[in-house]
Design a protein around this ligand. Structure first.
Ligand code: TEU
Length: 566
């Protein structure tokens, strides 16, 4: 398998709005990120993915861009960005930008021009349709509630917006749009950035004919479902690769909901000439149903293990996985898979980040930051949560109290509370009033306290990342095969990574109860050999007490460990 830097990298997503505020306005900014570069270097990551920092009215917190070549004033200036890039590179930290080109803000000059008249030269930069029988062209619904079509009185047509009505979809079938996007990408790449995370990139190719999708009368069919993996997607991604990506030594990851391994191989296959890897969503949809993230059901571990194993084995050798459970759209994994305890945070990180693929950490997970104790809908900022509450209670399909529990568990706002730097006012995030309230547990869950605690989540993450990137086992952990063990065990996630004569056994008890592991004698011969070699060995890494390996050992609650053979 071809070895390359982006396969050996560890990415850290920064949500700038909530990361660090340098000027006291309660909103994180670029200078605030510069202040924390040494902290990030010390953590052991080497790529920083910045959620959008471009000019935006912030209807969707920056995912609604009004000028791709300007910095959002609350975040600072282009000079601040240039300095951030220089300071990061000076510490061998790479910068990955967020490319949001399925849609723009409705305040973007292109859309203002496009909506000015049907004859506008930029009319076809966006997707306009006539009414059908006096109403919206199709029954497609926005991801944030309501119809995906917005009526424009002035020109007597609807425009498509798969997300908020302030996020009109770009028309990628128009070669002018593609040219504009490629020019903008070169603008940032010529500054020296090191890659792109591509927002909903497998939604850019719309179907040739727009028709109603499967939905009850008066209901909407999710627009994303109707446009995902469209007919010209690979044509566009291969063109983008030829025109732009292939000309730079960069890293690309496409956010691609609605994909299985076969679809992922088409977008991120080694020889496809499209992207390096994707974010898929199957594992983070297991506790809520594909159709409805707000259908709240507990995560079934055997199901999760089987899904992660499928992705490990089906992409090994022909594509490349991203590995994540946290980001700015997901609730905190320590609250979702763990029990908010530091022990559970360490165990989850161990079993997650020693699989094959590029790990993507999200700000605060290295501290064990948890979901926020939201109460009423008025506590939320996120357009997706507020839109869901309005639509689902308005239609009478969900009771408010029950739905609020589901939203508290899954809301994107759980990931967007301010970083907890210390136990002082504003958790060290700001000297002003934070744009979102700080999680009340900041007094104990914070970087300063964890710097001083050798058993903290922060110290463990540093060990874990050093183990993956600097230990003699690095190549085994990055490039080795993956084999799931104890597949049916409802509490323990165990797997083998093997390469040649070397093997790493990774085991994590993902429950708050003691658990005895039982590697059945029937395990495949090769495994028995490895288990025999491991007997009596101390772990190379352990989140609990360093126990010698035994194939029938008892693990403490949330204990995770890695033993190396060969
Ligand atoms: O997210 C795509 C998307 O579908 C999100 O709605 C996400 O899948 C969902 O919230 C998870 O349940 C991207 C960005 O990451 C997100 O922040 C933006 O709101 C969205 O696109 C529109 O740009």
């Amino acid at each position: 398998m071809k070895k390359t830097w982006w396969k050996e990298s560890i990415v850290y997503e920064i949500y700038p709005r909530s990361f660090n505020d340098s000027d006291g306005d309660g909103i994180g900014d670029l200078k605030g990120i510069i202040e924390k570069l040494d902290y990030l270097k010390e953590l052991g990551v080497n790529v920083l993915w910045l959620a959008p920092v471009y000019a935006s009215p912030n209807d969707d917190n920056g995912y609604d861009i009004s000028d791709y070549r300007a910095i959002m004033p609350e975040f600072g200036t282009m000079a601040d960005f240039d300095r951030l890039l220089e300071e990061a590179h000076g510490r061998s930290l790479k910068i990955m930008m967020d490319l949001v080109v399925n849609h723009t803000s409705d305040e973007h000059a292109w859309f203002q021009e496009s909506r000015s008249s049907r004859e506008s030269e930029k009319r076809d930069y966006y997707i306009w349709r006539d009414p059908v029988d006096g109403h919206a062209p199709t029954n497609w619904g926005s991801a944030f509630g309501g119809s995906a079509w917005e009526w424009d009185e002035k020109t007597g047509q609807y425009y498509l917006h798969c997300f908020s009505k302030k996020q009109p979809d770009l028309n990628w079938d128009n070669p002018e749009v593609r040219r504009e996007v490629y020019d903008m990408m070169r603008f940032w790449l010529d500054k020296g950035i090191d890659g792109f995370r591509m927002d909903v990139i497998n939604m850019i190719s719309k179907p040739p004919v727009f028709a109603d999708g499967p939905a009850g009368a008066g209901q909407y069919c999710d627009a994303g479902y109707m446009v995902t993996n469209g007919p010209r997607l690979h044509e566009y991604l291969q063109e983008m690769n030829r025109e732009v990506l292939s000309r730079y030594d960069i890293m690309t990851v496409g956010e691609c909901g609605g994909t299985d391994p076969a679809a992922a191989r088409l977008i991120a296959g080694t020889d496809r000439g499209e992207l390096n890897m994707i974010f898929q969503f199957e594992h983070v949809n297991l506790d809520g149903g594909i159709a409805d993230k707000w259908a709240h059901k507990p995560m079934d571990l055997p199901l999760l293990k089987a899904n992660l194993c499928k992705w490990q084995q089906e992409l090994h050798g022909n594509a490349w996985n991203s590995i994540y459970f946290n980001n700015h759209d997901q609730p905190r994994a320590v609250s979702r898979l763990g029990d908010n305890s530091p022990e559970s945070a360490k165990a989850i990180a161990t079993v997650l980040y020693l699989m094959e693929g590029t790990p993507y950490l999200y700000q605060g997970e290295e501290l064990g930051m948890t979901n926020y104790p939201f109460r009423g809908i008025e506590d939320y900022h996120d357009i997706e949560s507020v839109g869901a509450f309005r639509q689902l209670t308005g239609s009478g399909s969900r009771e408010p109290e029950e739905l609020l529990d589901a939203i508290a568990y899954k809301s994107r706002d759980n990931a967007r509370t301010p970083m907890q730097w210390n136990g002082g006012a504003g958790a060290g995030f700001t000297e002003g009033t934070p744009w979102m309230p700080v999680n009340p547990n900041y007094t104990s869950v914070n970087a300063a306290a964890e710097e001083a605690d050798p058993d903290s989540v922060l110290q463990y993450y540093r060990k874990l990342l050093r183990f993956r990137t600097k230990s003699p086992e690095k190549d085994l952990l990055v490039y080795g095969d993956f084999q799931l063990l104890l597949a049916d065990d409802p509490a323990v996630f165990a797997y083998l990574r093997t390469e040649g004569q070397k093997a790493a056994l990774v085991v994590g008890n993902l429950t708050a109860e003691e658990r005895t592991i039982g590697f059945s004698a029937g395990s495949a011969h090769g495994i028995q050999e490895i288990l025999t070699k491991l007997a009596g060995k101390l772990p190379a890494l352990s989140s609990g007490s360093k126990k010698a390996f035994a194939s029938d050992m008892t693990l403490e609650p949330w204990e995770a460990a890695v033993w190396i053979a060969g």
